[in-house]
Write a protein that binds this ligand. Sequence first.
Ligand SMILES: NC(=O)c1ccc[n+]([C@@H]2O[C@H](COP(=O)([O-])OP(=O)(O)OC[C@H]3O[C@@H](n4cnc5c(N)ncnc54)[C@H](OP(=O)(O)O)[C@@H]3O)[C@@H](O)[C@H]2O)c1
Length: 254
Amino acid sequence: MAVSPPADLTGQVVIVTGAGSGIGRATAHAFADAGAQVLGVGRRKDALEETAADRPRIAAHPADLSDPDTPQGVIDAAIERWGHLDTLVNNAGATRMMPLDRTTAEGIAALFDLNVTAPSLLAAAALPHLRKRRGTIVNVSSTYGHRPLAGAAHYGASKAALEQLTRAWALELAPDGIRVNAVAPGPTESEALAAAGLPEGVVDRIKRDEADRVPLGRRGEPHEIADWILRLADPATTWLTGQILTIDGGLELT
Ligand SMILES: NC(=O)c1ccc[n+]([C@@H]2O[C@H](COP(=O)([O-])OP(=O)(O)OC[C@H]3O[C@@H](n4cnc5c(N)ncnc54)[C@H](OP(=O)(O)O)[C@@H]3O)[C@@H](O)[C@H]2O)c1
């Protein structure tokens, strides 16, 4: 068999959540550059429009995924615009440091609403369309979805839930020819730490500490995650499902 050529996703329709920054923006760019039509979802319209600048194949769809009424509207928007759906990338996520002695019901709900409920409702709403195209879902977990991080137990638990959803959906949807996989990034350049509400000095210290702990000696770049999201979604990746691919410069080995 010949080695697969670079992905040509012309005619494919992809939804990328959290497309206004970081890994989601790089993922939207990667799919658009491979020829796909991309619906980029996030709360900030201006950030999505920046992602879509110079890439007419990306359409901005501002929406708050913490609202359980949003996911159906996101799927409907892609179908109304392009008529079908091939790939759902559940990338939007919240990071929150929440030590046990500062754990609140509101804090737990905020993490799980975005990291677990939203991907679930998006996948459910996408299902009839993915069935028609033997499409695929890629979830974005974290290296801390399967290794402990002191002070961020509920963030890790929400990502562990997403990893288990990935495996269960892979099994459940295999008869429909729908593949479900996940990436689990290690520390990657993005707005995540600032979005978690940490002061700039603390963010800088965390970034330095993380880079020191990664065997390859640095934090990842968003495109290094996006490349693998694209490969997992590529229809040429025919026989891979239910897998969690850790991309973390070797952090998991330590
Ligand atoms: N960077 C890392 O080190 C790292 C490591 C492991 C896993 N991850 C995971 O990677 C994914 C992407 O994060 P990132 O690192 O690229 O961070 P990021 O730059 O903060 O991206 C998160 C994106 O999610 C969107 N978002 C947040 N809340 C939302 C909501 N309620 N509704 C819709 N969209 C929402 C944000 O856009 P708006 O604010 O405009 O809504 C933002 O574009 C997350 O699932 C994160 O947990 C990141």
